[in-house]
Design a protein around this ligand. Structure first.
Ligand code: BTN
Length: 270
């Protein structure tokens, strides 16, 4: 029976995810609209990790959709309560990117990089993304619903800002899914308490080590139009808050993640 199969996957994740504390709840659903939407609707005690084998209304950043054929994307969300206010979580999505990148590299995946603020890249194409939604936690502090989508098999043709890439040439089997899901969950089990304790400062150096655009000329585009060049400069890296530093002819500009996106400068104008 189907329900049993999903609960067996959750049990297997509990065994494979050696760093996941016993009080974290782990669920696997065959299908849901969006693992982020589902956890945002709930108010149960956290941490809760919810995986879905298929999402019918998966969401990406800036109102984009995150769609994938069943089994072709590893999709999950993790609800985690932080004791701080929401503004202290500005660098969280970058820290999550570092944790996921480390986990993929440890799994032997080559060509991994991060594109500011939080795209997971492989050989220059988009491998995955992170969508974080914040709300007040019931006991005070802030509840973060951290959504992660990783392309397992090549996505269907579409209009993508960065060409998508995948981990496998074809839909992987359950063992590969379990191994990867457990590795990513383990990485977050390490990273989130560290972020709660030390903030993004504990991740900045590692983020810069993965920076896709390190030392390259880039342009910032105003979203959602993704057309207007708001800033052009050389990418220096991120600071201890996760803000992007651009060298604009000797003047360092600090860019906060928001309605901007980053591209290599096609003109090479600097
Ligand atoms: C992006 O736009 O790059 C972020 C994509 C995030 C997709 C994941 S899939 C699991 C979780 N549930 C969602 O609806 N979105 C996130």
């Amino acid at each position: 029976m189907k329900i049993e199969r999903e609960s067996r996957r959750a049990d297997a994740l509990r065994v494979l995810g050696r760093k996941v504390p016993a009080h974290w709840s782990i669920e696997v659903q065959a299908r849901c609209d969006s693992t982020n939407s589902e956890l945002v609707r709930r108010s149960d005690p956290t941490p809760v990790a919810l995986f879905a084998l298929e999402q019918t209304a998966g969401r990406g950043r800036r109102g984009r959709i995150w769609s994938a054929r069943p089994g072709d994307s590893l999709t999950f969300s993790l609800a985690f309560d932080f004791p701080c206010r929401a503004d202290a979580l500005a660098g969280l999505s970058l820290a999550v990117g570092v944790a996921l990148a480390d986990a993929l590299v440890a799994q032997g995946v080559d060509g991994i990089a991060l594109k500011w603020p939080n795209d997971l890249m492989r050989h220059g194409g988009k491998l995955g993304g992170i969508l974080i939604e914040l709300a007040s936690a019931s006991g005070g502090g802030t509840r973060a619903v951290i959504g992660v989508g990783v392309n397992l098999a090549p996505p269907a043709e579409g209009d993508y800002a960065s060409p998508p890439v995948a981990l496998y040439a074809d839909t992987p089997g359950q063992d590969d899914w379990l191994r990867l899901a457990a590795a990513l969950l383990d990485a977050l089990a390490d990273a989130l308490p560290l972020f709660a304790d030390q903030g993004f400062a504990a991740f900045g150096e590692r983020w810069n080590g993965y920076n896709l655009h390190a030392g390259r000329d880039v342009v910032m585009l105003d979203e959602p139009q993704a057309r207007l060049v708001s800033l052009r400069g050389r990418c220096v890296g991120v600071d201890r808050d996760g803000a992007l530093l651009l060298d604009c002819g000797g003047r360092i500009e600090r860019v906060l993640a928001g309605d901007v996106s980053l591209r290599a400068d096609p003109t090479g104008a600097r």
